[in-house]
Structures are given as C-alpha cells and as structure tokens.
Ligand binder design. Structure first.
Ligand code: PBG
Length: 324
C-alpha cells in the first residue's frame, strides 16, 4: 500500500538533495596516511606493488609530512625500516633507531601534525616475526618487554599516539604500565585490537621488508573466520587500558567494524591495508575501475560500517575528494 505515496527517489533527484540527506561523510581529519621511513638522505625508493608509495629517508619524510599537514589529514602513522635486522629486534627499541629519529624530525619540523607510531617488531627482526622466536613460535611474554621499551622510546621521541600491532596477549597492559612508569601518562594507546592473519598484508611486507622468513603469523594474528573472538580481543585491550581500538583489514571485515561500533563506545579506527589499496590501484591502472570513485566508495563504506577514522594509503587523494 505504500506506493505511490512513498517514493524514495524524491530524495535522490538532485545532488543538492542527496547532499542534504547523506548519512555518512568523509573528511580529511578522519584520514591517516601510513609512511615508511628508511636510512639515508634524499632517498625515495618506490614500492612496486603499491604505486605512489615509497620508502623515504627522514628528510623526504619531513617533506611528505608537511604536505599531509597542509591537506588537513588526521595524521600519519610511521613504519621504520632499520639499517640492520637481528634476532632480538634491537633497533625497534633503540632510542636512536630509525623510527625514533623520524619522530623527532617530524615533530620538530611539522609540529601541527599528529604522529602515530606502529609498535611492532617484524620490521626489525632478521626472521620477520613480530617477537622473540623460540622453540618454533613467538614467545609472548618475552616480546612484551621489547614492545614496552619500544613504546616508551617512541613517546620519549615525541610520538602523539602509540599503536601496537603485534597481537601479543597482554601487550596493552605492558605498554600502559611502562609508559606511566616513564611519566608518559598522557600518551594514548591505539590498539590494533582485532587484527587478522590476512593475505591482504602482502604488499606491505614488500614495503616494510617484513615477510616472515619461515612459517606465518597465524599463532598470534586472528583467524579470518572469527567474528565473536574480535569482540573478546577488544574487551581485553580496553580492560588493559587501550584508549582507542582498530580493526584490520577493513573492507573484508566490515561486519567486525559494525559489531565493534555497536558494542563499544571508544573511538574506533579501521585500517584499509596494503592489499586493499593494491587491488584497487591495479584495477584502476587496467581501466577496469574508476580510481576516484572507488576510493570514495570504499572509504565511505568503512565509515558507514562504523569506523571513526581510517588508516589508508589513499589519504592524500581522498582528502581532496572528500567534503561532499
Ligand atoms: C606490523 C604491521 C603489518 C601491517 C601493519 N603493521 C604487517 C603484518 O602484520 O604482517 C600491515 C599493513 C598493511 O598491509 O597495509 N605487524
């Protein structure tokens, strides 16, 4: 009986009306750009599987960071590629490591820009696993010490937010305790709380040179089949003191984002990961998808599912396109 009184098309008849009734918006402060920092000077080493992204030396990183600030992005998240890797991820928690130096440079040269740091060990270990490898697996509790030291060294260097992505049990509590003991009671923790063992991290591992030399990450990252378990992971991280939570990857896990949004009140992020980026870029380069429209629709969908902010390699372009 509703037709012909009810005609939903009335509210779609012009862009002016569509704009008025649009439920989900995308704005530059909701977008965070990942940046890869490497040793050297004047280095811009393109990442083949991620067109438009490069490993940057600190001087180049600062230039890029300034551009992000000008565009009004929410911030950047830094990933370091160290000079040398070893069994114990020494450079991850070295106060003069690549990431710590990068943080200091960006905070000094681009003071208005929010700097988030990824806290993990896989870029720093010779074997590419996210912690101390012992007896065929990553040793959880030994790894917590490295993570805590790394987070403190990032905060000391000036990081605005630390973001542990390792998926060790108890890492948020370990990091919170260490930060507080070092006087960094005001440094928030953005926990990659629901992080899946995903094939979509493939291109990132080329970018960060962090592919495991043997085995995989399934004994610490989550099984893609599990949704309820994500709520439990988030609950534990919040109990341990996480200020914000993140779901990763994003588009294949929109149901998890939605459920997290419904269940928890804290700010919620989602990470549109390297494989999501590379799929879209590859299709666009083949002329199979319109790049700008795909960027907007994919990011809008992640926001619609419930993410407050999105870490995305499209942040710069998306900030230009956003605003409708
Ligand atoms: C570090 C880390 C990874 C990503 C973010 N932090 C790689 C991994 O867990 O293997 C992936 C990001 C992306 O694919 O864009 N542990």
């Amino acid at each position: 009986m509703s037709f012909p009184i009810q005609r939903p098309r009335r509210l779609r008849s012009s862009e002016a009306i569509r704009r008025l009734v649009r439920e989900t918006r995308l704005a530059p402060p909701q977008l965070i750009l990942p940046l890869f920092v490497c040793p050297g000077e004047g280095v811009r080493k393109d990442i083949a599987s991620m067109p438009g992204n490069a490993q940057l030396s600190i001087d180049e990183l600062v230039r890029e960071a300034e551009d992000c600030r000008k565009r009004g992005l929410g911030g950047v998240i830094l990933f370091g590629i160290p000079e040398r890797k070893d069994e114990i991820a020494s450079e991850a928690y070295d106060v003069n490591g690549i990431t710590q130096r990068a943080i200091r440079a960006v905070k000094k040269e681009v003071p208005g820009l929010l700097v988030i740091t990824d806290v993990c060990n896989c870029e720093y270990t010779s074997h590419g696993h996210c912690g101390l490898f012992r007896d065929g697996d990553v040793d959880n509790d030994a790894t917590l010490e490295w993570l805590a030291k790394t987070a403190v060294s990032h905060a000391e260097a000036g990081a605005d937010i630390v973001a542990p992505s390792d998926m060790m049990d108890g890492r948020v509590a370990a990091i919170r305790n260490a930060l507080d003991a070092a006087g960094h009671t005001q440094t928030p923790i953005l926990s990659y709380a629901a992080k899946y063992a995903s094939v979509f991290y493939g291109p990132f591992r080329e970018a960060a040179e962090s592919t495991p030399q043997f085995g995989d990450r399934r004994s610490y990252q989550m099984d893609p089949a599990n949704g309820r378990e994500a709520m439990r992971e988030i609950a534990l991280d919040l109990e341990e003191g996480a200020d914000m939570i993140m779901v990763k990857p994003a588009m294949p896990y929109l149901d998890v984002i939605r459920e997290a949004r419904r269940t928890y009140e804290v700010p919620l992020g989602a990470y549109q990961v390297s494989g999501e980026f590379s799929m879209i870029m590859a299709a666009a380069q083949n002329g199979w998808l319109d790049l700008d429209r795909t960027i907007l629709e994919s990011l809008t969908s992640i926001r619609r599912a419930g993410a407050d902010f999105i870490v995305t390699y499209f942040a710069r372009r998306a900030a230009e396109l956003a605003g409708g």
